[in-house]
Design a protein around this ligand. Structure first.
Ligand code: F6P
Length: 541
């Protein structure tokens, strides 16, 4: 589709793919604990440091032989050239004929020459807004200082900054109160602004397209609220827009000096590093935002320059592909053992599922293998008391990522939290055999027939694959490294699958139907169920 990329190579036609299929057969019949017994060096061979991150992937159903074939696959499909193409600004978003240069926002790649001036000007204005906000120089309609902010945005215009603000707020108290409204549900807006003083509230309206229904509805709500509270319609001083579509923002009443430019080559779900990250800087200061970017930049350098065999995002990407395609594992649970990372699963859902939840390849062929897994999760230890039971004794195949930030110094509470993570990963691998169960029940003094009746219920099969990602220290820059590592892993999978991780045509269909319904348009093209439900909704008063 675009000649600026190395040619597409179908992964299933490479010799490495055939080797991997054979290895997968072996691993589907093998216990991971047996692999530990057979290889004393397994933990070292399958662990990898990168900056402040430490990945232990030895509890996954693979070994150095599988990794070698995955690396051979990566080379066969020209992943190194793909990585270079990404950083060089080639049109890796080949359906929209655009580069994907979110790394440029954090200094990890060059800004395209034609956009340098505009990008630098935006950076200066961004910093100036942040500084003015912190100095109390931004004034609202009544002349009062604007000293707290509400981000209006959804998807990539919400999840990244929301995740970062939440994560950092568990490390330090924010300097300013910053909140987030995303949902079309009016109660999201009203509940979020509860207790805020309109005269002192700044709204950041973040939308790459400036056409997203949820965000525009919340913009209207914000305007109505300010007008009502302040007794004036002159509320422009309370708003900033972040967008790739300044014309649309202007048409909706934003003066040019209230608009911050989001370059079109930054995808929505990769936009935290751009002006979309403004809420992070408003809450924690410009320096903290720069630290976040610096951590991500370190991961960019690692991804771009480390050989594939020592490259953490490459490992993460290949491991995901091995699980999804060759072991046929459809579900990927991510469990951050850090309450500040409670938005990480949602952020990763958008990152992976919106990027790689696709089936059409660059050459127009449909993929003959599964693509993105279903991503889900919750912060540990909360998940332990919600769904870990299914991990232990359920029947579904899944893989788990335990993310375990280790702040320095590590206090007793955080140590206990990390111990929980390690214990879960270890217990899920080991399980409990029928004989172990019998022995345990005997010590409780149960009668033999009772033991036999209960033993199958207590038995835990184990062999549940997981990765553990530790951090050495936990601050804004380590957070940046972590997020960038997952971003790049998503690219690795998308590249090998041959799909475009930077478009999202699928989501558009649902939006179209919603627009038709909202406009009272004809539903003739839709199924009887949808038509009947729409009629029921119409009749509801
Ligand atoms: O859900 C589709 C999507 O386009 C996402 O890719 C994006 O992050 C979100 O909507 C919000 O879009 P925008 O930033 O244009 O409002």
């Amino acid at each position: 589709m675009t000649d600026s990329l190395p040619p597409f190579v179908a992964p299933e036609q490479t010799p490495a793919w055939a080797e991997l299929l054979a290895l997968a057969d072996l691993w589907l019949a093998r216990r991971i604990t047996d692999a530990f017994s057979a290889d004393a060096a397994r933990v070292d061979a399958l662990s990898l440091p990168a900056g402040a991150l430490w990945l232990d992937a030895s509890k996954q159903a693979w070994d150095a032989g599988v990794l070698a074939q995955l690396l051979a696959l990566a080379r066969a499909v020209r992943l190194p050239e793909g990585i270079e193409a990404l950083f060089a600004g080639a049109e890796v978003n080949f359906t929209e004929r655009r580069p994907a240069l979110h790394m440029a926002c954090r200094g990890g790649a060059d800004v395209p020459p034609a956009d340098r001036e505009r990008f630098a000007a935006t950076e200066s204005r961004l910093q100036a807004f942040v500084t003015a906000f912190h100095r109390g120089e931004l004034r609202g309609a009544t002349g009062e200082r604007l000293d707290h902010a509400v981000n209006l945005g959804i998807g990539g215009s919400d999840l990244g900054p929301r995740l970062a603000c939440e994560a950092l707020s568990h490390q330090e108290a924010p300097q300013r109160n910053v909140r987030f409204v995303a949902n079309l549900d009016p109660s999201d807006f009203s509940a979020t602004i509860r207790g805020l003083e309109a005269a002192r509230t700044l709204f950041v309206v973040s939308s790459k397209s400036f056409g997203t229904a949820e965000t525009l509805a919340n913009l209207e709500r914000a305007r109505a609220w300010l007008s009502r509270e302040l007794g004036t319609h002159e509320t422009a001083a309370h708003f900033l827009a972040v967008t790739s579509n300044p014309d649309k923002a202007q048409a909706l009443g934003f003066a040019p000096d209230r608009i911050l430019w989001l370059p079109p080559w930054v995808g929505g779900r990769y936009s935290l590093w751009s002006a979309v990250g403004l809420p992070v800087a408003l809450a924690f200061g410009w320096e903290r935002f720069l630290e976040l970017r610096a951590g991500a930049r370190r991961m960019d350098q690692h991804f771009r320059t480390e050989p594939l065999e020592r490259n953490l995002p490459v490992w993460l990407g290949l491991l995901g592909l091995w699980n999804a395609n060759l072991l046929d594992v459809p579900s990927w649970a991510v469990l951050p053992y850090d309450q500040g990372l409670s938005w990480f699963p949602a952020w990763l859902q958008q990152l992976e599922m919106e990027s790689n939840g696709k089936r059409c390849r660059r050459d127009g062929s449909l993929v003959p293998y599964p693509t993105a897994a279903v991503v889900w999760g919750m912060s540990g230890t909360l998940g332990q008391h919600a769904f870990h039971q299914l991990f232990y004794q359920g029947t579904r195949r899944l893989t788990l990522d335990f993310i375990v930030p280790l702040p320095r110094p590590l206090d007793a509470g955080r140590r206990a939290l990390a111990q929980h993570a390690l214990a879960q990963a270890g217990a899920l691998l080991a399980g409990r055999t029928r004989d172990e169960v019998r022995a345990a029940l005997r010590t409780q003094g149960l009668a033999p027939e009772e033991i036999e009746a209960l033993a199958p219920h207590h038995e835990i099969p184990g062999n549940r694959p997981s990765s553990v990602l530790l951090t050495e220290g936990w601050d804004a820059s380590v957070l940046g490294e972590l997020l960038a590592a997952y971003e790049h892993a998503t690219f690795v999978r998308g590249w090998i699958w041959g799909i475009d991780p930077f478009d999202q045509y699928g989501v558009e269909l649902g939006k179209e139907l919603a627009r038709t319904l909202a406009a009272g348009g004809t539903l003739a093209g839709f199924d009887p169920s949808t038509r009947a439900l729409a009629a029921r909704l119409d009749a509801h008063r």
